[in-house]
Design a protein around this ligand. Structure first.
Ligand SMILES: Cc1ncc(COP(=O)(O)O)c(C=O)c1O
Length: 426
């Protein structure tokens, strides 16, 4: 292909406007309005009670969600961060424990471990950009209690290997499905493999209420403990003032309850999930079809391509130094591309930028959890270069969002732009 690049004054490969990446957010319409107005008309804004009795929208959403993904219990929360904290506490993670998290995830995944009074241990990701099972196994110590598996940028982690490791070392598994709602692994929904699965409905996510989260589990005790932590007053209990029904049921919790307004929006959004996934997957396939024979780039491998949500396309160049120009050239062609890692550009998704965690900053002087006397193992040490594989993959990666609103014509133009820009690589 010898058409002049747009960055050099040639014609653009993509001439249509780019859609913002708010998959469910951009589809908010009459269905969401109807649900929200119903909540306002009823003056029933709190899931447990109001001036008159109505069925809770949050409860209805929980029921729909758990039935959709095939989990026994679902608890709606105010965010995925809140959901993760509930899950960690429910799983018994606390002082002295270490929890392994991947070095490529939103910072919240690591920060909540500190919130649960435990120490995050940061693992490499592999070429799929999800947590590297081999590095997880290397980083297990006597203090390791759990691993948070993140299905990062919409794709499943290697659940077979991770569950095998967890079983052998008796670890709890918490899935962070914030970026992959509706994704699957070997035909089973993500979030249903671990002890708990946590979802986000923040505005960037596949379905959204602006803010919101969900914990799912198949274990009634974990569900009770998530419940207890997500609601200080334990309004949910059959008898809210009764003694505990079994040891470990009652303890001091917090408040991560979901509001009826969020529940209403999500009731409408969940009906749109399959359609959003279908469109993103179709678009992703179409772009891949157009670039699959291009030997100058390497597509991110995916553990189970059928389970990919299709939220993005990521591929690698051989040389990280070519990425900034490649991205600039793609942008000049009209494609909304970005790099994934640059040490000079702050990004909360890459551990090397988690400065206050790497420096073990804490809100009080004592330095817990890192100085916790219950932690019996060696000091957990951090540095920006401690996971070189993660930084190598990310610094060679190019990322393109795939909004479901894109047309197949848009996809063909994106593929054309990638091939055009790649033609300048040796
Ligand atoms: C992988 C991952 N985990 C956790 C979160 C936190 O989600 P929330 O904003 O709902 O607390 C996010 C959100 O950006 C995320 O991308």
């Amino acid at each position: 292909m010898d058409e002049k690049l747009a960055i050099d004054g040639g014609p653009k490969a993509k001439t249509t406007p780019n859609f913002p990446m708010f998959p469910g957010g951009m589809e908010i319409g009459e269905e969401e309005k109807k649900q929200v107005l119903e909540v306002l008309d009823r003056k029933y804004l709190f899931r447990y009670y109001g001036p008159e009795n109505f069925p809770s929208k949050v409860k209805e959403f929980e029921t729909k969600f758990k039935e959709k993904i095939g989990a026994k219990y679902a608890l709606a929360t105010s965010s995925c961060t809140g959901a993760l904290l509930c899950a960690l506490v429910a799983c018994g993670v606390g002082p002295g424990d270490e929890v392994i998290v991947p070095g490529y995830t939103f910072f919240a995944t690591a920060a909540v471990v500190v919130g649960a009074k435990a120490i995050p241990v940061i693992s490499e990701v592999d070429e799929t950009l999800t947590i590297d099972p081999e590095d997880v196994e290397r980083k297990i110590t006597k203090s390791t209690k759990a691993v948070i598996v993140v299905h990062m940028r919409g794709v499943p982690a290697d659940m077979d290997k991770l569950l095998d490791i967890a079983k052998r070392y008796n670890l709890k598994v918490i899935e962070d499905v914030a970026q992959a709602a509706g994704g699957t692994y070997k035909s089973r929904y993500l979030g249903t493999f671990g002890d708990c699965g946590c979802f986000s409905f923040q505005f960037h996510k596949i379905i959204t209420a602006g803010e919101g989260g969900m914990v799912v589990t198949n274990d009634p005790r974990l569900y009770d403990r998530c419940m207890g932590y997500h609601d200080t007053a334990a309004c949910w209990r059959p008898d809210r003032f009764a003694d505990e029904r079994y040891p470990g049921e009652l303890f001091c919790g917090s408040n991560f309850r979901m509001s009826e307004l969020a529940g209403a929006v999500l009731l409408a959004q969940i009906d749109k999930l399959d359609n959003l996934l279908e469109k993103m997957r179709k678009n992703q396939k179409r772009i891949i079809e157009g670039i699959k024979d291009n030997k100058k780039i390497k597509l991110r491998p995916v553990n189970d391509p059928n389970g990919d949500t299709g939220v993005c396309l990521m591929f690698y160049l051989d040389d990280k130094n070519r990425v900034p120009y490649f991205v600039e050239a793609l942008r000049a062609e009209g494609v909304d591309a970005t790099g994934a890692y640059n040490s000079g550009i702050p990004d909360w998704h890459i551990y090397a930028h988690w400065k206050h965690l790497l420096e073990k900053k804490t809100p009080t002087q004592e330095g817990c959890p890192w100085t916790c006397p219950y932690h019996k193992g060696q000091d957990v040490k951090y540095s920006a270069d401690m996971n070189p594989k993660t930084l190598d993959y990310l610094s060679r990666a190019v990322h393109i969002n795939i909004p479901p609103q894109m047309t197949l014509e848009d996809c063909d133009m994106i593929a054309k732009a990638i091939n055009k820009v790649a033609s300048i690589l040796d």
